[in-house]
Write a protein that binds this ligand. Structure first.
Ligand code: DX5
Ligand code: ZN
Length: 217
């Protein structure tokens, strides 16, 4: 199971999105936070911006939908060419059906869990998904502190995946930095979203390499 680093552009200069994505060539994915001001109290960008951005970057897109009614809106992001589409289970009325729709359109299908949402109801459904995103902050804003209390959920998720013998990724998002990435990796995460850690660094690519080394240690 490889270590993957997916920087979030949320706290970058969003008026120059393509330029900011061009600064993270050492990344494995670019993490795009789509927010609708309803599911979370913040608003970013939607499908038209993601579509245009995809035409201007080689990096695969890891789209994190923090929106209401992903059942309606998520498939279009897969159709636009996002390599991975993550939706919140709290917002979906039919997670398995939606995941199948995403896979049918060629994307990896992923569910996200807020810090207060348990993985237990979804354990039997794991083979339907390519990734589980365990949020390590309340979704909505960059620059928050990593919630240590999510570590047991990361562990339980990884253990269930190992027991299945399935190749399902475990992503963490929120407060991931040089200080926290090691514990998240030890708990079983293999894909790491880092927003402020990467974009506040003088050299984003050097920061990505440093994070990767710490996760691999
Ligand atoms: C928060 C977003 C994150 C955010 C992470 O709701 O989902 O992707 O950009 O930012 P940092 O790494 O600064 O916590
Ligand atoms: Zn995110």
């Amino acid at each position: 199971m490889g270590i993957l680093i997916s920087p979030s552009v949320l706290n970058s200069d969003l008026s120059d999105l393509a330029g900011e994505v061009g600064r993270i060539s050492a990344a494995d994915f670019v993490h795009l936070d789509v927010m609708d001001n309803h599911f979370v109290p913040n608003l970013t960008f939607g499908l038209p911006v993601v579509e245009r951005l995809l035409a201007r970057t080689e990096l695969p897109a890891d789209v994190h939908l923090m929106i209401e009614d992903p059942d309606t809106w998520a498939p279009a992001f897969a159709e636009a060419g996002a390599k991975s589409v993550t939706f919140h289970v709290e917002a979906s009325s039919a997670p398995v059906r939606l995941a199948r729709e995403l896979r049918k359109r060629g994307a990896r299908a992923a569910i996200a869990l807020k810090p207060g949402t348990g993985i237990e109801p979804y354990l039997d459904l794991l083979p339907e998904f390519d990734m589980v995103l365990v949020m390590t902050v309340e979704p909505g804003f960059g620059g928050q502190s990593f919630i240590e209390g999510t570590l047991p959920k990361i562990r339980r998720t990884r253990d269930a995946i190992t027991a299945l013998g399935a190749d399902i990724w475990v992503q963490v998002d929120g407060g991931v930095s040089r200080t926290t990435i090691g514990t998240a990796a030890q708990a079983g995460a293999n894909m790491f979203v880092a927003g402020s850690a990467v974009y506040s660094a003088d050299d984003p690519n050097a920061e990505i390499s440093a994070l990767r080394e710490l996760a691999e240690a």
